[in-house]
Design a binder for this molecule. Structure first.
Ligand code: AHG
Ligand code: MN
Ligand code: MN
Ligand code: MN
Length: 332
């Protein structure tokens, strides 16, 4: 085991040449995220013993009933990133509008985050996580929602923390994807996978099959082929997984390949999908592409989408390149 800590990894990246180089300010930002994620992990680890379970009885801008941990994690991250001294403003799944950091309009970074992804799994002890996306501060004056409306290709960093049997931090700066495992006793993340790599082919798909009757024809056709197995056109059997925490499903795809899908469906033709572009689809797409995979909303690369609203949704089909390309081609 390398025993390279996150701090050592970031120090090396600050001194790297060319593409792999990061700024000291970005290091500071990742350190702040690392710190707050350890506090969230400790609370998740205690579960009912730490009063984080159950619902808060409030609703967020998404129309979802907020869980206590949604709000606890959200508030912890807001405080930690505001205190980092390198963040000009933040946007969160749990906040209607962005949250400028007072007096910090000139700081280098904007951060968008899903403080607690997989909320429906909190009370049943299934892996959940935090997802984050880092954009450059456009420095066009005061920070407002419009400051955040940058395409996924503008991200300078993205990552997630999955609170599972291990607490893992997965991170990209645009120079590959690194995975770290939290050493709770030492209170630091240790590099455990220097370069995550998604195989181009797979036998594993992730989709919520209960929505099948609502899917559009291209997804119906694609999934029917997978279900036909060895005797069908694909000539091989496929396996299915659906954890219903995007962070855990995507971690599996980054770890062993697969295709993850949350397609647009007929239930609401005006709703392009369930997942949110700015703090779910974009960060995960950056990670997946950096690990050799692909990520489309239907026939378009997600990272190319020009956002028009902070909480806009999109369809997601990401993972093993050959499978994602195949189902994207069915949409042409
Ligand atoms: P969140 O808990 O942050 O609102 O996100 C939940 C998302 C995503 O994590 C997951 O892939 C998807 O919702 C599961 O949706 P279904 O419950 O419809 O399967
Ligand atoms: Mn939610
Ligand atoms: Mn989420
Ligand atoms: Mn969430």
């Amino acid at each position: 085991m390398s025993m390279i800590t996150l701090s050592q990894y970031l120090k090396a990246a600050e001194g790297a040449a060319g593409h792999g180089r990061i700024t000291p300010e970005l290091s500071t930002l990742i350190h702040a995220l690392s710190g707050v994620s350890q506090h969230i992990s400790a609370a998740v680890h205690k579960g009912a013993l730490s009063g984080v379970l159950g619902t808060a009885g409030t609703e967020n801008v998404q129309g979802e009933t907020q869980k206590n941990l949604d709000i606890i994690a959200n508030d912890m991250i807001l405080v930690a990133l505001a205190a980092s001294g390198v963040v000009a403003g933040m946007a969160s799944e749990e906040l209607d509008d962005c949250s400028p950091v007072p007096g910090h309009a000139d700081k280098p970074y904007l951060v968008l985050f899903d403080p607690l992804d997989g909320s429906s799994n909190i009370d049943v002890n299934v892996s959940i996580g935090t997802i984050f996306s880092v954009l450059p501060n456009p420095r066009t004056g005061d920070i407002n929602n419009h400051s955040f409306l940058q395409p996924g290709t503008a991200q300078v960093a993205a990552g997630y923390v999955v609170y599972g049997p291990q607490t893992s931090l997965v991170l990209t700066f645009g120079n590959g994807v690194a995975a770290f495992t939290l050493d709770r006793e030492a209170g630091e993340y240790v590099l455990t996978t220097p370069a995550m790599d998604i195989p181009a082919d797979t036998k594993e798909f992730a989709i919520n099959m209960s929505n099948q009757r609502h899917w559009y024809p291209p997804v119906q056709k694609y999934i029917a082929e997978l279900l036909a197995g060895k005797t069908g056109e694909r000539g091989k059997d496929f396996n299915m997984r659906w954890i219903a925490s995007m962070v855990a499903d995507v971690h599996r795809v980054l770890t062993r390949g697969g295709i993850f899908m949350y397609p647009k469906d007929l239930r609401d033709p005006n709703k392009p999908g369930k997942l949110r572009l700015m703090y779910e689809a974009n960060p995960m797409s950056f990670l997946v592409e950096q690990a050799g995979g692909k990520s489309f909303d239907a026939a378009q690369r997600i990272l190319d989408i020009q956002p028009t609203e902070l909480h806009q949704r999109c369809a997601v089909m990401l993972g093993s390149a050959h499978e994602v390309q195949r189902v994207a081609d069915y949409h042409l």
